[in-house]
Design a protein around this ligand. Structure first.
Ligand code: ACM
Length: 414
């Protein structure tokens, strides 16, 4: 795999299935449900507010709702209000599928904003593809997907791992312990990590998975002690990430000798972990709360005013927020043309939006151009950015998989 010149060496500091709602009438047109010519614009809001990943996913709900209300408060979209149909799928993929079906078939939404885990996205996929609807998914994920019914707002591996893994090896060493929850996202990210390490002379000393929601890590920590890796490469999510990091700290393991390097951990997990227990460890993300931009200042200020001064913004709820504005821009671009999910998608391609992290752009492959960064957690719960890209990085969802490429025409053989 060729390492690209993406993060132009900007070192800033040193290292210290549809479950049977068949009773609803199906409305199927070529572009999906068509919007009535006047009245509210129905959209689905499908984020878990309960269950194993609610610690993070409930904050995507909050950011999405804030954007919807901001838009409505400032006159809607061409005078039409957004009408959110809110569901809580409780961190359960089967419930995601069920609720997505309800939103599309009963509530006739023209888009759904939803989900954190790849397991829940994959549960929704057959629903939105079958009904030709549009799913705005804000979360970092493993790539290897090229649906024409999903707007992917989060980072794919070339935007998160491409610089992070070599940087970790350079600074700490190349013996990696891969630890994640047991589902598609961690397994695929670890495949990519293994390939990068193979290319740069590193090695995987162990690869281990725990069930979703698992929160007892004493035996994992014993194995880590025994292996003495240079880096714990972590794709635990939600409650598991919080529990692991707390136990890691209680066990006295030292971030200077054996840092945890996460693709998922953000300010919201750090706030649940506690700043002291997370301090010194690393995350790769396109946005951190302390980012210095007028758009971020407004975003953070509005979010804290609305939800409480103890709350945090982070790279996934930032995307949940800006995707609603991308949706708005797409509808505005459509003007008087008929609004269907497919028309919204086509109007969204190429749109640029000044997001809190910087200007983001929707690629023809429906993924998003983002601003990768590497941050080190501090005891105040914020990240110090050590490395950041000097330019927006294009999404390559099949980056680690030679021979396939996701394009505006769908998946192609290269
Ligand atoms: C994830 O499951 N995409 C974090």
């Amino acid at each position: 795999m060729k390492r690209r010149d993406l993060l132009k060496g900007m070192a800033i500091g040193g290292v210290a299935g549809a479950s049977g709602l068949g009773g609803f009438p199906g409305i199927w047109v070529k572009g999906g449900t068509a919007l009535a010519a006047s009245g509210d614009i129905p959209v689905g809001v499908l984020f878990s507010q309960t269950g194993a990943v609610a610690v993070v996913e409930s904050t995507l709900h909050d950011a999405c709702m804030m954007a919807i209300e901001e838009i409505n408060d400032s006159g809607g979209i061409q005078g039409r209000m957004l009408n959110p149909y809110v569901e809580d799928p409780a961190s359960d993929p089967a419930t995601f599928s069920d609720r997505a079906n309800r939103l599309v078939r009963r509530d006739r939404v023209v888009s759904i904003f939803g989900s954190y885990t790849s397991a829940s996205r994959q549960a929704v996929l057959p629903v939105v593809e079958g009904q030709n609807n549009l799913y705005w998914y804000p979360t970092l994920y493993e790539g290897r997907e090229c649906s024409r019914n999903v707007m992917y707002g989060g980072a794919v591996p070339n935007q998160q791992q491409q610089e992070f893994v070599p940087w970790l090896k350079e600074n700490f060493g190349g013996r990696f312990y891969l630890l994640g929850n047991d589902y598609v996202y961690p397994r695929e990210e670890n495949n990519v990590c293994r390939k990068i390490l193979g290319d740069i002379g590193g090695e995987v000393v162990n690869e281990e998975y725990v069930p979703m929601g698992h929160d007892s890590f004493s035996s994992v920590i014993s194995r880590i002690r025994r292996e003495e890796p240079d880096v714990i490469f972590c794709t635990l999510v939600g409650d598991s990430d919080v529990a692991f990091q707390r136990e890691y700290r209680s066990a006295g393991l030292d971030p200077e000798r054996m840092p945890v390097a996460s693709l998922t951990r953000s300010e919201v997990e750090v706030s649940a972990i506690g700043g002291d227990a997370a301090a010194g460890h690393f995350s790769s993300a396109p946005y951190f709360m302390g980012h210095d931009s007028p758009e971020n200042e407004r975003f953070v200020e509005a979010y804290l005013r609305r939800y409480g001064s103890d709350k945090v913004t982070h790279f996934v709820n930032e995307a949940a927020y800006f995707q609603v504005y991308q949706f708005k821009a797409a509808l505005e671009a459509l003007g008087d043309a008929e609004v269907t999910p497919a028309a919204i998608r086509d109007a969204a391609v190429g749109l640029r939006f000044q997001a809190p992290q910087g200007q983001v752009e929707i690629d023809g492959n429906l993924h998003t151009h983002l601003w990768p960064k590497i941050g080190q957690w501090q005891s105040d719960g914020q990240a110090k950015v050590l490395v950041e890209s000097s330019e927006r990085v294009a999404p390559e969802p099949y980056w680690a998989y030679e021979g396939q490429i996701c394009t505006a025409e769908g998946l192609q053989q290269a």
